[in-house]
Design a protein around this ligand. Structure first.
Ligand code: PLP
Length: 413
């Protein structure tokens, strides 16, 4: 860090400013986490310099001996942790991992059946603003209006009617476990490829607190930076029969040179995720999310689907008469970071939204437990209702974070 301070004090200030921001607030954005100093060390390493197009042992550049070892170790760890035949750690992001699956299995114009974005699906599941909606023909399934759970009968009916080339299971704001066996059955019935986009839940699977999609899916994509707590990036796991197609689809079809420093950092995160301390963390992530959802229900918000089985909860704010956008802004003013989120069948536009989404990974990494979640829920309730002077809330947040800081000084990389 000394080199950065002397070469570029402006950017050094930004880095320190961000550290202060993390330490001074509550990070409840469900897709974020606080990655470890060991992961940061691999990210800020000489491996960033290396061009290594291709795969270990088959590169288009010389001098890849060291990075080959990193990628082989990382892929072996991913295979072992998730029980997968094959792992590709090269995707630069979750979006790139999904793009590779389209490239491997679909032709432009093919029908893809995925979850409605307004019910929790991701942009890469067919949004018109994304390549997936521009180049492919999306058909969307959604949630049952009563239970707010995936309507598997609707998935089956749509699959029978539209004969999709690929079915995507997985979501960005669905708080419940997904029945992967049901999706497998439907995919088999119509001869579709089953892609499970496990971006959000892969870290729960690693920690053995959520069922694995690997035995059911043809291919599983994930991000490495959410619950899994690694560097920003993506990965693909697949059956042996698809390994070659996936590798070619990642590179050269959709990416050039892999980021070897990020791949090494993914390897570090996968090692950390195989430890008992990680399983304890994952268990606490789920317990904390449930405690948060319960606490927010006591504050008058309605947990979508009645609660959560995962690291995230979606709360309907209509009982309080507050929009998601206002709630997000009021919480941010108090140093509490969470996001507005549509609720199922939301009459409000997405830029306003009737709900919020929040998750427990970051605060769990900081060492917080259920009593902290109950206190956080009370603070969110006060912020959302605008019931307290924001300065008082900022102080209360500071007291909580001081007790369990993000990146305690002893840990600073
Ligand atoms: N898939 C799902 C379900 C996601 O929630 C996300 C990100 O939030 C992605 C894919 C894309 O990941 P990235 O932001 O790394 O492109």
């Amino acid at each position: 860090f000394a080199a950065l301070t002397s070469t570029d004090p402006e950017i050094a200030e930004v880095v320190l400013g961000e550290l202060d921001r993390l330490r001074g607030g509550l990070q409840l954005i469900a897709s974020e986490n606080l990655t470890s100093p060991a992961v940061f060390a691999a990210l800020g390493s000489t491996l960033s310099n290396k061009y290594a197009e291709g795969y270990p042992g088959h590169r288009y550049y010389p001098g890849c001996g060291q990075v080959d070892v990193a990628e082989e170790i990382g892929a072996a760890r991913a295979r072992a942790l998730f029980g997968a035949d094959h792992a590709n750690l090269q995707p630069h992001s979750g979006t790139n991992a999904n793009l590779a699956c389209y490239a491997a299995f679909c032709e432009p114009g093919d029908v893809v059946l995925a979850m409605d974005l307004r019910h929790g699906g991701h942009l890469t599941h067919g949004s018109p603003a994304n390549f997936s909606g521009r180049w492919f023909e999306p058909v969307w399934y959604g949630l049952d209006p009563e239970t707010e759970l995936i309507d598997y009968d609707q998935v089956r009916d749509l699959a029978r009617a539209h004969r999709p080339r690929m079915i995507i299971a997985g979501a960005t704001s669905y708080p419940r476990l997904i029945d992967f066996a049901a999706f497998r059955e439907i995919a088999d019935e119509v001869g579709a490829i089953l892609l499970v986009d496990a971006a959000h839940i892969i870290g729960l699977v690693a920690g053995e607190v959520a069922p694995s999609p690997v035995p059911f899916a043809d291919v599983v994509t994930a991000t490495t930076h959410k619950v899994l707590r690694g560097p920003r990036g993506g990965l693909v796991l697949c059956r042996a029969e698809h390994a070659d197609a996936i590798d070619k689809a990642v590179s050269p079809a959709t990416q050039g040179g892999p980021m070897m420093h990020v791949i090494a950092a993914k390897a570090v995160a996968l090692k950390e995720a195989a430890e008992q301390s990680y399983r304890d963390y994952a268990h606490q992530v789920v317990a904390n999310a449930a405690a948060l959802a319960d606490g927010l229900a006591e504050e008058g918000m309605r947990p979508v689907s009645g609660g959560t089985d995962t690291h995230l909860a979606v709360l309907d704010l209509r009982p309080l008469g507050v929009t998601g956008a206002d709630a997000e802004a009021r919480c941010a003013a108090a140093g509490i970071m969470l996001t507005k989120n549509p609720v199922p069948f939301d009459p409000a536009p997405p830029s306003v939204a009737s709900g919020i989404r929040l998750g427990s990974p970051s605060v769990t990494t900081q060492g917080m437990t259920e009593p902290d979640m109950r206190e956080i829920a009370r603070l969110i309730g006060r912020a959302v209702r605008a019931a307290t002077d924001p300065a008082e809330l900022v102080e209360a947040v500071a007291a909580l974070t001081a007790a369990r800081p993000a990146y305690p000084r002893s840990q600073r990389a």
